[in-house]
Design a protein around this ligand. Structure first.
Ligand code: 1GP
Length: 259
């Protein structure tokens, strides 16, 4: 069937993600907040990421107050083949130059605006963007520090020791039709998500599991993958030390493939 631009757009990137999951291959996503970079720092980051065989760039932030989003995405597209996935903190963060968009519903919170309200308002623009849309159940887990998303959304994060709630939330998200689950301890979290919680959640869903927030070492990235994460997202630690990209990528890609 020929795909029209009105056809629901779930294609290449999602397929590669779920194929990688089936093969037990782990992925590394470097998160870029357009508010915190410029052309010069981006050039360096792109080169390091391409050398380290980073799998995805996530672009977005809770606020994005600058207007650098389009330029930042275009620069990545010009310089390398790493797919760019938008991770929007608000409906205005849509760039048609990206490859795909995490269509986030904050399923760990109880704020209807972030479950469905903002989606309704932005639906025409998102559909028109032509981006690959990936429905994502977004779960914010308490990381020991108030996150921008919790503050802005007025939604409390899921307690970090309540594995059962995390499991039920992820299962409900999958059964509601989400194609990805993203567990996030929040940018710059003091405490990253425990391997125990990752393992429990991974064991009760079949869709790919993204994990991020407060991951600062290659070892933690590796352990999270072993526990069942399919994609590891790192932002802050790389902003502080871009050289970490190589080490973390190597750790994630060294996780033994179990079929
Ligand atoms: C935040 O999961 C991302 O939404 C990444 O967090 O910046 O702490 O790596 P960090």
């Amino acid at each position: 069937m020929q795909e029209t631009k009105h056809h629901f757009n779930l294609k290449n990137i999602y397929h590669s993600l779920s194929e990688r999951k089936q093969q037990g291959r782990k992925s590394f996503a470097v998160l870029i907040d357009p508010d915190k970079v410029n052309d010069e720092s981006m050039e360096q980051l792109i080169e390091l990421a391409a050398d380290a065989r980073v799998d995805y760039f996530f672009v977005g932030g809770s606020l994005v107050i600058s207007s650098y989003l389009d330029e930042c995405v275009q620069l990545i597209k010009k310089r390398c083949n790493i797919p760019v996935i938008l991770f929007p903190g608000s409906p205005s963060q849509v760039s048609k130059y990206a490859d795909a968009l995490l269509y986030l519903s904050l399923i760990s919170g109880r704020n209807p605006e972030l479950l469905i309200g903002q989606h309704v308002v932005s639906a025409p623009a998102v559909k028109k963007s032509g981006l690959e849309i990936m429905p994502t159940g977004y779960m914010v887990i308490d990381g020991g520090a108030p996150t921008t998303v919790s503050y802005i959304s007025n939604a409390s994060p899921l307690p970090s020791d309540k594995n059962e709630i995390a499991m039920c939330t992820a299962m409900a998200g999958e059964m509601l039709g989400m194609r990805l689950i993203y567990m996030d301890a929040g940018s710059g979290a003091r405490r990253a998500i425990s391997e125990n919680m990752i393992e429990k959640v991974a064991s009760c869903i079949d869709i790919p599991l993204i994990v991020g927030g407060g991951i600062t070492t290659a070892e933690k990235a590796y352990l999270n993958c072993k526990a069942g994460a399919d994609v590891i997202v790192v932002g802050n630690a790389i902003e502080k030390d871009p050289m970490l990209i190589k080490e973390i990528a190597a750790a994630i890609h060294s996780v033994p493939v179990i079929n």
